[in-house]
Write a new protein. Structure first.
Length: 431
């Protein structure tokens, strides 16, 4: 069981991302290579996350906080009441978005299929409880760190501490006589980017970004000087529909601005190597516990064979042999152990002539690492001093937590491309 106290929004965000790993069928990180993947994702696409479904929330979250400030200005409250008010404001925004979706579809109430693809946070909880409850991981939780990274919100600090500051400022100002009501809080110009203050005055929450909102978010991303900045500054002109964009499954498939090819090529090869290590691990687990024919494990060995023999696709062993480690080391400054592990996997690829030879050469390497990073319930190798009963018990545990086949990591391209679609559609470039 995992639990935490919601006193620090950033800590809660990290915990939620951990939980998301267990919910996502595509995720496999038993070898703890996720840190390398995340370093590349942050390098390419800062201020995006797997729990952020739509760029519009970069405007809706500030709007919710500013509405909360206005409420506190009129009437004081306790910290607990203030947090509850913020939750209610965000739930109300979700209901507005659902209603707008219904209007667009000319439906009185959108059905589940309509809502699943909408990117509206909390729609399932609202439907499930008939509008009486909202999600615990609210938009303000999910986007708090990103609006700081994009300089939409200026000061550092947790979400709860910010609410405390609002309350303290409101109390101090309201105690002074002769202060006009509109100045009784006064935090807006200190806390928020001035453009957000203007955008937040729009009457309702909307499913799509307006041109003003899209231009604002584009400017904030361009200010970060990342790959995301360059992609937003020079969008691919041939994209007309979302289907066109979805044809690019990875960032290296997308028509890139000049100057990005070397590091993108390194990321492609690294992605292939991470995929191969995961496939190898899953195959070793299946072999160790006699699960080759089990429905959740029988795809591992064929997938490893395909990966090893697919130089044409650019995501196989032959590609991984040419990985350039210098640029990878610069990006993954704090991941030397993970990179060294991948270097050893790559070294074995250079000499292996078949998947079986590759698997045999990496068996000890992966078993040793797996025991180190998952020492409580390692899956490879027999339990020291244990008998067949222990082996059977561990096998049953593995089956209850089936490993799933993974694709090559996309370094958060899926979320970044969704944001690019939202922003470029608002600008009228796409869609």
């Amino acid at each position: 069981m995992l639990a935490w106290l919601d006193f620090d929004s950033d800590a809660m965000k990290r915990a939620h991302e951990l939980l998301q790993q267990f919910r996502d069928a595509r995720t496999l990180d038993h070898l703890r290579l996720g840190g390398v993947r995340d370093d590349f994702a942050n390098y390419f696409f800062p201020a995006t996350s797997t729990i952020m479904p739509h760029a519009r929330y970069l405007v809706l979250v500030p709007r919710a906080f500013l509405q909360l400030e206005a409420q506190i200005r009129k009437k004081g409250c306790s910290l607990q009441e203030a947090v509850k008010r913020l939750d209610d404001i965000e739930a109300s925004q979700a209901k507005e978005l659902i209603a707008e979706l219904g209007t667009r579809l000319k439906k009185r109430e959108p059905d589940r299929k309509d809502l699943e693809g909408s990117g509206i946070i909390g729609w399932d909880k609202i439907r499930e409880t008939n509008g009486t409850e909202f999600v615990s991981q609210t938009p303000s939780n999910s986007y708090w760190a990103s609006i700081r990274k994009l300089q939409i919100r200026i000061p550092k600090g947790s979400r709860v501490n910010y609410i405390r500051d609002i309350m303290a400022r409101a109390k101090n100002k309201s105690s002074r006589s002769g202060v006009p009501e509109e100045e009784s809080l006064g935090l807006e110009s200190v806390i928020w980017n001035k453009d957000v203050l203007e955008l937040s005055k729009e009457a309702s929450a909307c499913l799509e970004l307006s041109e003003k909102q899209a231009k604002f978010i584009q400017r904030q991303y361009v200010g970060l000087n990342s790959l995301m900045s360059r992609l937003l500054s020079a969008p691919a002109k041939e994209i007309k529909t979302k289907a066109d964009l979805s044809e690019f499954r990875y960032v290296w498939d997308y028509p890139l601005p000049s100057g990005d090819d070397p590091i993108i090529e390194s990321s492609r090869r690294l992605s292939a190597l991470i995929q191969g290590a995961n496939l190898l691990y899953g195959t070793l687990v299946a072999n160790e516990y006699g699960l080759e024919s089990h429905q959740d494990f029988n795809a591992w060995r064929p997938a490893l064979d395909e990966w090893f023999a697919s130089p044409e696709s650019g995501l196989g062993a032959k590609s991984a042999k040419r990985t350039e480690w210098a640029s990878i080391s610069i990006i993954c400054k704090d991941r030397y152990l993970d990179i060294d592990f991948l270097k050893k996997i790559q070294a074995n690829l250079k000499s292996a002539k078949s998947p079986s030879e590759f698997m045999e050469s990496c068996g000890g390497l992966i078993t040793c690492r797996e025991r180190t990073v998952k020492s409580v319930s390692y899956r490879l190798g027999r339990i020291e001093g244990g008998g067949m009963a222990d082996k059977k018990k561990l096998r049953e545990r593995v089956i209850r937590q089936p490993a799933r086949l993974t694709q090559a990591p996309d370094f958060r391209w899926g979320m970044a491309s969704e944001f690019m679609w939202n922003i470029n559609s608002g600008l009228g470039v796409w869609g």
